[in-house]
Ligand binder design. Structure first.
Ligand code: TYC
Length: 153
């Protein structure tokens, strides 16, 4: 995916950059180039006609194209200890909802049992939310007080 940014620039606002962009218009096809302003950009109020290219009234659109590399916000999904949920139930939830091996699930369950809280995984918002819901739903259906929460990393 690409993000295209448009910015109106006049040579009287920033003559050095505008001149540079005009001169390198063909050589800089991707990074940055000054192209004529399209009709939808509207006329510049104090610019009665076309600029002469010698500075002062030249108007154009800078387009900059770059890869959009926004990373998703991540959330930790945490399991909380209680005195009543059977250990075996917690192990099965960890295997089923968080795709843990039996060995990993036992380790996480014991960690939560001993420390009070433990991490089951780190996910983008909607994945984390779905996992919390699945844990809470299955706990409620089985009448266990098991609690699962998410927190921004
Ligand atoms: N403490 C529970 C017990 O002794 C076991 C347990 C572990 C419960 C982890 C919840 O998130 C939990 N039966």
């Amino acid at each position: 995916m690409v993000l295209t940014m448009l910015l109106r620039l006049t040579t009287d606002v920033c003559p050095m950059i505008a001149k540079d962009l005009l001169e390198t218009n063909e050589e800089a096809p991707v990074a940055m180039r000054l192209v004529p302003a399209p009709a939808w950009a509207g006329p510049k109020e104090d610019d009665p006609g076309k600029g002469d290219g010698k500075g002062g009234t030249e108007t154009g659109i800078i387009t900059k194209t770059r890869p959009k590399t926004k990373r998703p916000n991540l959330y930790r999904v945490l399991l909380l200890n209680d005195d009543y949920t059977p250990m075996e139930f917690v192990i099965l939830v960890l295997q089923d909802v968080f795709n843990k091996s039996r060995e990993e699930a036992v380790q996480i369950m014991l960690h939560v049992h001993q420390k009070g809280v433990g991490e089951c995984g780190v996910y983008p918002y909607e994945v984390a939310e779905t996992k919390v819901t699945r844990v809470m739903d299955t706990a409620r259906k089985n009448q266990h007080p098991l609690q699962c929460v998410m927190e921004k990393q």
